[in-house]
Design a protein around this ligand. Sequence first.
Ligand code: BGC
Length: 796
Amino acid sequence: MKVRKLGLLGVFILSGIFPAGYAQNNVEKRVEDLLSKMTLEEKIGQMNQVSFFAVDDKAIAQYSDDDMDTFLVRMGIAGGQGQKKPSEMTKAEKIALIKAEAAKMLDNNITQPIRDGKIGSLLNITDPVMVNRLQKAAMDESRLGIPMIIGRDVIHGFKTIFPIPLGQAASFNPQLVEDGARIAAIEARSTGVNWTFAPMLDISRDARWGRIAESLGEDPYLGGQLGAAMVRGFQGNGNLGDPNAIAACVKHFIGYGAAEGGRDYNSTNIPPHLMRNIYLPPFHNSIKAGAATLMTSFNDNDGIPASGNDYILKSILRDEWKFDGFVVSDWASIGEMIAHGFAKNDKQAAEISANAGLDMEMVTGAYLKYLPELIKEGKVAVATVDNAVRNILRIKFRMGLFENPYVDTNKASVMYADAHMKAARQAAVESAILLKNDNNTLPLAESKKIAIIGPMANAPHDQLGTWIFDGDKNHTVTPIGALKGDYKHIRYVYEPALDFSREKNTANFEKAKQAAASADVAVVFLGEESILSGEAHSLSNINLIGVQSELLKAVKSTGKPVVLVIMAGRPLTIERDLPFADAVLFNFHPGTMGGPAIFDLLFGKANPSGKLPATFVREVGQIPMYYNHNSTGRPAPEKVMGLDEIELEAGQTSLGNTSFYLDSGKDPLYPFGFGLSYSTFEYSGLTLSSASIPMNGTLTARVTLKNTSNVDGTEVAQLYVQDIVGSVVRPVRELKGFRRVALKAGESKIIEFKLSADDLSFYGRDLIKRTEAGDFNIWIGGDSNAPLKSTFSVTE
Ligand code: BGC
């Protein structure tokens, strides 16, 4: 980050969709007209994206002394021969020099290259005045007046921060996810940002991987549904030309979430069937939903780095999926093919990526520098460049950027609008998962006196989660903030005991115990600081970090009921903590309005409805463990042998010949799809419209869902199938449908799922997608272990 902050350099690019009134063929004509007027240099300029980090007063105020000194030395303005050393300068002197240098760099590295047609896109610029100034350089001061597409990581909100994507996935609510993306787009676009690098659709089966936070979980169907919803939300529901829309960018293509051992950036080894059936579908679905752009990933899969993989970028993306938006590299991922040992230098890297079909290069600058000579040498064809530029211009036209490149700086601010905060609160409510609630500890009566304990009770920055470049912690409402606002009538004592999640000092544990002893109930807020998940922040131990488990135990030792509220960026291994909590509410970092949302749930103003979008393992050593694993030849029985059951000096046997761990069994702690409610739900009477359907047929599955409690609630009903025999081994279950169903106390409803034979298709032995005739199991229930089962068949 330091390098990025100080670098001021960068790379670029764009995206798009249909501006209202522009028919597709109109766009194509405009693309061709413009392309025919462009010089080769101007074309290559469109393929270049540069990062812009403003070195303005606000940025400088955030620089540490070290940052400033590094900047001055790196830029060659201090510490060199005949120059003063940073240590000999006053702070004011340093700031003046940095500002002067920044102005020079802005002109040399950004404004002039834009005028010269050498930059097609900027990323990381969010100051509307600067956006207009630089767009003007593109529109009025360059030869052809081509607007820039301006990118930013708007991942789970711009200013108003929603729960991290993994949390949003727990809502199993596409509309909520779409609305969140719409709000993020409105806020971002008001600054001039017109392209986001989201949604991230990487299937993630490993909670050690820090970027699981940014994912939609482990399931391709859920990821596909919610990814498409995000695309619709960002892109103005199909109207990319809407002045409040931003182009989406589905990332990271492909397989990035399968990094070996959860170590970020690591190699992946995803074989063809797994790739086709699990990793690719969310991308295909979001492209069908109109995603304007796509980003390649950092990893190599089976030895081929994604940014140089013509098979995925051409054969799959273009030939099979007919994607006509543009492809951008990840940050410097073209240049990083040198470190991979896949290219010997930037020039060869540019050749490989251009020929693989990668249209726009983010920050390395290798296209700009080397494509002209690569073309002269015949190593890259002019037609290849033309195609890339067509893809980029197509999106710029569809976005209406030529007509509408500027930001209206006179418009009233839309940031943190009431409606946005309300939506963020609702999103946080629906994203929380109730994992345990012994003796109906929750909801709490508002008359109770509460001890608020733990480092996450008042962590305005950390509760926002990873990837919040623009979110401002001063707007965060923490649980303590909520107790001073909407919940100010609640009587409470507050003893954080730890200042932050990693803190190891137990000196205040006694105070925490006293606080708990003085109250009716203790609510302990534990979890992870936001910096412990996200890009390049993987962990090999995913227990509650530091001495938090000890704090929980200390509080429990008072004998008071304990509610554990977790805010984290990933699933954690909390089995050892469960005995010390009567109730557990798990929140993936819940965003700006996390505090009030959590109290809405704790006090029963809202009823938990979130479901796990990823398996919670008992031990880190169980990873990878996910619900939709392939059927094995020796599946574990219901009860498996434990370590203590093995006789001393037992002879070598295969202990029952099935697949499980001696020490942690066969099951995770909580399965995918799991989540409790204050209501109880009962599923019964699963019926199918027919015992068999033909290849073009549709099956209707019906079930009675009853709220058997005296509390209104919402249940996420889930439909799973198993293709019992396939030309390749099939998963034990696959999610094929879900539905949020609101039920009044005591109410029952018959709910219906439609399943077409096509929904059962997969890439079989010959790697062609089709439905295979045969028998299927079907389950409907509240999680991926749902017992209510029936069977049907598909006939030729
Ligand atoms: C990340 C991308 C992100 C890009 C631009 C990279 O490090 O992998 O997901 O969009 O930076 O900030």
